[in-house]
Design a protein around this ligand. Structure first.
Ligand SMILES: [Zn+2]
Length: 549
């Protein structure tokens, strides 16, 4: 046996752990079945943290660590050391620029830019990543002879799981669908990537998605199965172009498939389009795995499969079944918070004490406003936490907890409801940055999830946890979203295929951090610098040895 020529990690963006069971009987060939029938499949894999977003999820898969280890807590965050004007994305980096963009893609900060222009026109890099990845450790262990790449439609999902020492990370220009990268990695795209971009493949994907000629490739092609085929074709071009698996050492490619997330937010996990996406992806993975077999040879490859987070049902759908899936109007909540804080600290003024939202679970305070009012961090965060508790759960008229017979004669109880009442928002908890920083958390599994979600970018904040199946009111723009510590957001698949793995269905509770730990151990290298995962020894053949390098 020994080490493989190539490791391929497939990350499906927003793919809940139960999907593989749900559609299992429909799978054909060697797509998902390569993992579920011929590989080691862990059915009960849960992220052990509370901020289930795309950037932290991908960083976790790469580093085998949580936010308190890798430093990425959200897709975008306020970074006091970089800007008070705008949130920074987890990977944007003004020291670099994007590479070989098509002429049609005028960036948003230049005259004549279309509405669909790239949101982030500056370069990108893993600058916020505080830990090494499996790929970084492969590069270190081989003096850079191992070659490591990341691919996605999204910059963060290409960059973060690949790591700091990656040879390249490729993602798309949102309008045209052309692949690009950043000068952090290279001055120009490699010849094979330029050939792919000029091959008409993006136009073909748009035709498949029935949006020919679109300038919204990311939104309109990105939400269809055509985007998965497009990304996997680019992965084949990369493996061929860079001669991966032919270098006498182990190379690594991380492919993050974005389409499932883009459509999943819109239509929810229980829609027909979700099922079509899964079955199409099964066929596309079958084609990709067979291509790998014909070229590199599957006996020389290890494959791993997981996802960056799950997803809850659309709140109204869950509420119909009787689940307490209320929504909270965050804009209104922010306005109420600011009004209360002005009344308390700056009467008659309209200061903004809360910075415009990054996604939940974080609510970030504008420390400058509090400092002006001579309020320190503890008082400020405690004040916001206290106000949130009152603001989210509206007072509900309760019938008195006594029987009619015990009440004064003139009292009339409200009549009992004749149907189920609509769900109400519930507050499970509010935790301040100082509590997180000083480990003042419940000594429980719950406290551990919160502690794993801690990062510090110089701002004051609180973490807000709503009741299960509850979320912010998305105002119809999309159907559902993920962000919480609840099981449906944390449940993802974890599966391996390759010579060291004992095929089977494993029902023990595992976590995505175990992937990097396991692959590093099997490859005979150091685990990533902040890795906290467990080597999944139950799925390793007793006869396997990494052997001498
Ligand atoms: Zn995601």
């Amino acid at each position: 046996m020994g080490r493989p020529k190539l490791i391929v990690i497939v990350v499906i963006d927003q793919f809940r752990g139960d999907y593989l069971n749900r559609d299992r009987v429909e799978f054909k060939g060697r797509g998902f079945r390569l993992f579920t029938e011929e590989g080691a499949w862990f059915t009960d894999c849960y992220f052990d943290y509370a901020n289930t977003k795309t950037a932290p999820g991908h960083a976790t898969i790469g580093t085998g660590a949580y936010t308190d280890g890798h430093g990425i807590e959200a897709n975008d965050f306020w970074d006091a050391s970089r800007s008070w004007d705008h949130k920074v994305s987890s990977v944007e980096d003004e020291r670099y620029q994007l590479v070989d963009l098509p002429a049609t893609a005028i960036p948003a900060n230049q005259p004549g830019a279309p509405d669909t222009a790239l949101k982030y026109v500056i370069g990108a890099s893993p600058r916020n990543l505080r830990a090494t990845t499996l790929g970084d450790e492969l590069r270190l262990a081989t003096n850079g002879r191992s070659r490591v790449y990341g691919i996605s439609l999204k910059d963060r999902a290409a960059i973060l799981p690949a790591g700091q020492a990656a040879n390249g990370a490729f993602w798309i220009d949102n309008s045209s669908g052309q692949f690009t990268t950043s000068t952090y990695y290279m001055e120009h795209l490699p010849e094979w990537a330029r050939a792919f971009n000029s091959s008409g493949r993006a136009a073909e994907a748009a035709r498949e998605a029935m949006v020919e000629g679109t300038t919204q490739f990311y939104e309109l092609v990105g939400r269809t199965p055509a985007a998965n085929r497009y990304e996997l074709d680019f992965a084949e071009a990369l493996i061929t172009g860079e001669k991966l698996g032919q270098n006498g050492v182990t190379d690594l490619v991380v492919v993050s498939l974005s389409a499932n997330d883009i459509q999943g937010h819109q239509f929810g996990p229980d829609s027909d389009s979700e099922e079509q996406m899964i079955l199409s992806l099964d066929r596309d993975l079958d084609a990709f795995n067979n291509w790998l077999d014909r070229t590199v040879g599957l006996q020389n490859v290890w494959l791993a499969l997981s996802a960056d987070h799950g997803i809850p049902p659309i709140p109204a759908d869950a509420a119909k079944l009787g689940i307490d899936s209320a929504v909270v109007d965050l804009d209104q909540l922010y306005a109420n918070l600011n009004a209360e804080l002005n009344e308390r600290y700056s009467p008659g003024k309209e200061l903004q004490y809360i910075l415009p939202g990054p996604d939940l679970p974080y609510i970030v305070l504008d420390r400058r406003a509090f400092e002006k009012a001579k309020v320190d961090e503890k008082a400020a965060e405690d004040a916001v936490a206290g106000l949130l508790s009152e603001a989210i759960v509206p007072p509900v008229p309760q019938p008195p907890p006594v029987t009619q017979a015990m009440l004064p004669p003139q009292t009339v109880l409200p009549p009992p409801a004749q149907h189920r009442l609509p769900p109400l928002p519930q507050l499970t908890g509010v935790y301040t940055r100082l509590e997180l920083a000083h480990s003042q958390l419940p000594p429980s599994e719950w406290g551990r999830l919160l502690a794993h979600s801690y990062a510090d970018h110089g701002n004051w904040y609180v973490m807000l946890v709503l009741g299960a199946y509850q979320m912010e009111d998305l105002h119809g723009s999309i159907g559902t979203t993920h962000f919480s510590p609840w099981s449906y957001d944390r449940h993802v698949p974890l599966a391996f295929y390759g010579a060291p793995f004992a095929p089977g269905e494993y029902h023990g509770r595992v976590a995505p951090v175990d992937m990097a730990a396991t692959l590093a151990s099997l490859a005979g290298i150091n685990q990533p610098s902040a890795a906290v995962g467990r080597v999944l020894t139950e799925a390793i053949k007793p006869s396997y040895s990494a052997g001498a390098r």
